[in-house]
Structures are given as structure tokens and as C-alpha cells.
Design a protein around this ligand. Sequence first.
Ligand code: NAD
Length: 355
Amino acid sequence: MVDVPHDSATPPENVYLLQDADTGLDGVIVLHSTRRGPAAGGCRVWRYADRAQMVGDAMRLAEAMTYKNALADLPLGGGKAVLNLPAGNVNRPRLFAAFGRAVARLEGAYVTAEDVGTSVADMEMVRAETRHVAGLSPQGGRPGGDPSPWTALGVFASMQEAARRRLGGDLQGVTVAVQGLGNVGAALCALLHDAGARLIVAEPRPGVAAELACRFGAEIMNRDAILDARCEIFAPCALGGVLDRRGVERLRAQVVCGGANNVLATLEDGDRLADRGILYAPDYVVNAGGIINVAAEYLGWSAAMAAERVQATGQRLAQVLDHAERQGLAPHRAADALARARITLVSLGPARKAA
Ligand code: NAD
């Protein structure tokens, strides 16, 4: 998967190419910004057509992490690692040990974690080489492990806020079309079902879709048709770039709020949503629950503090939407503006006394 990006606004601070013929390591670590703290963002493993595509994906994902971490008010910058999946049999412990050594060489400037294509077991291998990693097995009730349930919780809290604003109430009886029933999408469906929402779902794995439909009374739609679903809320939880010009035209929903990264193919597609009167809850604002859990693990916060911060995702969305209304901006542009302001304010540092 190559997440289709927002247009890049600022160049990264550093880009490190990773290559080790012995273990098959072929990847890149991008430090987009360390102004607010160590550059934090997961390690994605995917098969890319060429190095340019891999580096481009990592650069855009790293920049999105800078914005996400700033708006979630975390003392972290933004970064990302991307590894090109070697052909043939992969010795994952050796691959991730080599990756861990690369992370160690950055001496804490980059903090890694799970992402698409990586697991808790992979991060345990990284941990043997460096302490600058999260997404490990949780210890003694402390934050850790799979961040997806936290991401889903933050999306759910945001959806409640968006529904209150646009639909004038809670999620009881509201129809939500969920695209993708992976880790985030399935956890989100459970929360929505408990809140009394009606579900329409699309997922390429028929067994997964059937099982979830049975549990929650969901209607299954063909994955090519989910954008046309008659629903109040569309929740993209699969791929990036689903809302391009044609995608925006097809939507019947009044709200877009989901877990996927880089939902908009371009910034102009966000403008098109606003022109159609569809409320877009910006992706990196609403899907920050996972990185909040990662930050809590890395920085040693309690589980209660992590949960409180994830629950506050709805309030952070409200701030972005209020700013958008005040400034006459579409929500995705308001989010970018607020994030950039936070990054700039930190980079100025504390005020100094005039000599
Ligand atoms: P996942 O791989 O577990 O789930 C993705 C699901 O989408 C899979 O079930 C897949 O079969 C399905 N899918 C693929 N193509 C589809 C299509 N055309 N239509 C419908 N479904 C399709 O991934 P995840 O961890 O659930 O993450 C989902 C999205 O959320 C990704 O964009 C990811 O970058 C983003 N995200 C995840 C987290 C997290 O904590 N896991 C945090 C932030 C953002």
C-alpha cells in the first residue's frame, strides 16, 4: 500500500537510507521534525516498486506524523521508517535486529513502533538492540502492545463530536459505512454497535466481513460500492487516497471520520468535501489514539493518563473545527494551520530577556 499523500509542505530534517545485504534490510528512516521532541512514528513494511516510491512514501508519512503529534499535544516530533519487504523467505528476527541497530545509531532522535506490516513480535526484536522503541508487550498494566484499539477509540470519540455538530445528536440510530475491517475498523465497529449505530461494511476478506456482520447485524457491501452507501457517516479504515475527485462526488454521507491515514488524495479534495457541505474530520487529528498510546509507553505515562488523552481526541477535533469556522477554512486546512503554528511556536523556544 502506498498511502496517497497530502501535498508536502516542508522538507524533512534528515533522511537515512538503510541497507544491509546480509539481512536483506532495505529501507529508510525519515526524521521530518525534532522540534517538539524525538521524531516518533511507526515502521511500515511493504513491497515497493522502487526506492523512489519507498522514500516518497516515508517522507509523506513522516511529515504527517509531525502534524499528528503536534496536534495531539505530544512532546514528540515526527518521523517514519519504511522497509521494503525482501523477496523470498524473510528471517524477520535478523531483519528487525538490523533495523534496531539502525535506530540505535540515531541515539534517540527517532522512536519507532508498529505500523502496517509490523507486529509486537517485530518490535521485541528491535528492543534487543535499542530502547528507542514502543509497541512492545504491555507490562504490569502499563500502556503498550497493539495501538489499534486506542486508534479506534479516538476515532469513535471524534465521530461522537462530529455527529453532535452535523447530525444534531449522538450515534444512536445513525448509519455508518465502514471501509476496511482490519485492526482499527473492526474495533471501531464494536464501539459503534454498542452506541446503537447501524453498520454497513466493506472488506475484501469475505470470512471476516461475514463474521462481523453476524455479530453486529451489519450490512455487507461490495468494496467497490461502499463510497455510494446510503449513510450519514463514512468511516475510511483501509487505504489512503480514497477521497479523490470522483470519490468525493460519489459520497452520500454528511460526515467523513475514520482511522485511515492520508484519506484525501489531494488538499483540493478536502476543499471539494467542504464545498459539498460534507464535514471532514481530518485524519491525523482523529486517528492519533495509537500514537498517544505509543507515546505513553515510551514516556512512561500511566494507562489512565493515556486513556484520558485518547478520549480527549473529540475535544481536539472540536478545537480544529472551531478554528475552521472562525477562520473560514475547510477543516483539513485548519488542522494543518494549527499544527504548523504549534511546531513554529516550539521552535522559537522560551522567550529570552533583552540584553
Ligand atoms: P489493517 O491492515 O489491520 O486493516 C486494513 C483492512 O482494510 C484489512 O482488513 C484489509 O483487508 C482491508 N482493505 C484493504 N483494501 C480494502 C478495500 N479496497 N476496501 C475495503 N477494505 C479494504 O490496518 P489497520 O491497522 O486497521 O489500519 C487501517 C488504516 O488506519 C491504515 O490506513 C493505517 O495506516 C491507519 N492507522 C492505523 C493505526 C493503528 O493503530 N493501527 C493508527 C493510525 C492510522
